[in-house]
Design a protein around this ligand. Structure first.
Ligand code: 13P
Length: 260
């Protein structure tokens, strides 16, 4: 359907200025050697906020884009410790990851909070990458689709009124039990949930659902990326551990299949 593959690196709480600079140099060198392949996919790095400025200095003007890992739902004001969307834009961000399971689990972010943050991202001109996914317990209880459906439905009231903006939404299916564990969801499990998400989006948004990219995340590496990225409703990857070293991240970009 012409959805451009999106490969996003989520560094989580890793990376100092020096390592970020080294990564930027290595990724630019690696990508320039792969010019043809790079055209097929969009590449985004989401470092900790403290490394954004220096990465923007190094990567600004290149085709590698930047994203944050969270924003406040507020525009500005007395919210100590928070960062708003405009601040991320100010250091070159185009994207922001929202509702990551690590934040849902430890920062009290529920579906409503994530919806409000998504609305804030659209308001502030950022493309939200909203994470959804079930815990191991929920999967074992056969509740995977129900949980994911609840997470998606909560977003609907917060989508932009302007229909033209809606396809800018990016979703990421990250089964909690596959994150950082080396344990992979099978291609069948992944396609089942991605197909279900697409179907639910279609019910709400009609034809626009075909334009929304759905990423998979959870122990994606160079060695398993090809079979995952080739799945019908998988439009890219949200990569944790394997995005910290340029060589590992480039191996995933090398695995992007030609879908169109
Ligand atoms: P890993 O790739 O380390 O499993 O992390 C996935 C993730 O949580 C990306 O947001």
């Amino acid at each position: 359907m012409g959805r451009r593959t999106l490969i996003v690196g989520n560094w989580k709480m890793n990376g100092l200025i020096e390592t970020a600079q080294e990564f930027a140099d290595a990724i630019l060198t690696g990508l320039s050697a792969r010019a043809g392949r790079f055209v097929q996919c969009e590449v985004v790095i989401c470092p900790p906020a403290t490394a954004l400025y220096v990465l923007n200095q190094r990567l600004g003007g290149s085709s590698v884009k930047l994203g944050g890992q969270n924003i406040s739902e507020h525009e500005s004001g007395p919210h100590t410790g928070e960062i708003c969307g405009i601040m991320l834009r100010n250091v070159g961000c185009r994207f922001v990851i929202l509702g990551h399971s690590e934040r849902r689990a430890t920062c009290g972010e529920d579906n409503e909070t994530v919806g409000r943050k998504m609305a804030a991202a659209f308001r502030d001109g950022l493309q939200p990458i909203v994470c959804v996914g079930e815990s191991l317990e929920e999967r074992d209880l056969g509740r995977t689709l129900e949980v994911v459906e609840g997470q998606i439905e909560a977003l609907i009231p917060y989508l932009p009124v302007h229909a033209a903006k809606r396809p800018l939404l990016v979703l990421a299916y990250e089964p909690v039990w596959a994150i950082g564990t080396g344990r992979n969801a099978t291609p069948e499990q992944i396609q089942e949930v991605h197909g279900f998400i697409r179907q639910r989006l279609e019910g709400e948004l009609g034809a626009d659902a075909q334009k929304i990219r759905i990423l998979y995340g959870g122990s994606v590496k160079g060695t398993n990326a090809r079979s995952i990225l080739a799945l019908k409703d998988v439009d890219g990857g949200l990569i944790g551990g394997a995005s910290l070293k340029a060589a590992d991240f480039l191996a995933i970009i090398d695995a992007v299949p030609e879908k169109f």
